[in-house]
Design a binder for this molecule. Sequence first.
Ligand code: NAD
Ligand code: LMR
Length: 329
Amino acid sequence: MAQAPVNVTVTGAAGQIGYALLFRIASGQLLGQDTPVRLRLLEVPQAVKAAEGTAMELDDCAFPLLKGIDIFDDPNSGFEGANIGLLVGARPRGPGMERGDLLKANGGIFKPQGAAINAGAADDIRVLVVGNPANTNALIAQAHAPDVPAERFTAMTRLDHNRALSQLAAKLNVSVTDIKKLTIWGNHSATQYPDIFQSEVGGANGAAAVDDEKWLAEEFIPTVAKRGAAIIDARGASSAASAANAAIDHVHDWVNGTPEGDWTSAGVVSDGSYGVPEGLISSFPVTARGGRFEIVQGLDINAFSRSRIDASVAELAAERDTVTELGLV
Ligand code: NAD
Ligand code: LMR
């Protein structure tokens, strides 16, 4: 029997990331070449026309797996029956806007979207928040979906993970496929901590292979953590194709599993592992099996890593305090 299409809701569908993402979903790269998809595009009313243009282009690709496209400007309709929600649309920081203002503006987006997911999404809904500040936006959406298991809400740090893989591969002159068990900890922000102490490169320890703490502290970590800002500076717009690529990787691995002998990084609800306060959506080393992310347990965290993880987690806790004070969670 032919498989029923999977409903994929994409918010911010007319934006830059949306444009880089939708064609890859429709071509089968998100869920695999056996899985038909139906796209549900959610936009603000003034961007619906642009989304219609993208939908015309999607039609013009004649993707065999694409079984339909619907466009909405209301979250309740947009998330009706959704199996996968890619929450990309967010309010960017404007001139003179404080972090609290940004969190408040995004609360106005992610609160109703969380409620709409709670009200109408399919029972197996899985949510990836890409729109920044991604971890706290995911927390807001999750707080308004009390009937959905909290673990179904995740935030994207896969782009940071991929950036770290690339930087380490270049340093050691190896292929990215030679590197395993790299981790992004904490927030998708400049405080994030890309950790190579657990990593393996061709079977040897990655940090030992680098053997250069100055490079680690002064080049690798800041390059990965500030890569988003460097791209904005160079392109005049934030990363789009690489962000879309990371979203594809995140959901693909969540649904299909991570490779044996490796793990990836994702912002998931903390169960208190590694001293990260329960309930925060923080990046961890994760494996995926049977459609579930599991936090990798039992890693030894050295003092260098501990202080950096703690700093990023403190930022997440402060963001949670702010949105709690604003009544958003
Ligand atoms: P963009 O401005 O090109 O597009 C955003 C789109 O979202 C716009 O079309 C806008 O109309 C739409 N939108 C705004 N509010 C909406 C709402 N309530 N419902 C539905 N749609 C809404 O931005 P972009 O370059 O596509 O980036 C999107 C977000 O992703 C930004 O917040 C950006 O900072 C973030 N981002 C995250 C990562 C990551 O690694 N987590 C990486 C890159 C970018
Ligand atoms: C990125 O990491 O490229 C983005 O999150 C940067 C941004 O602020 O949009």
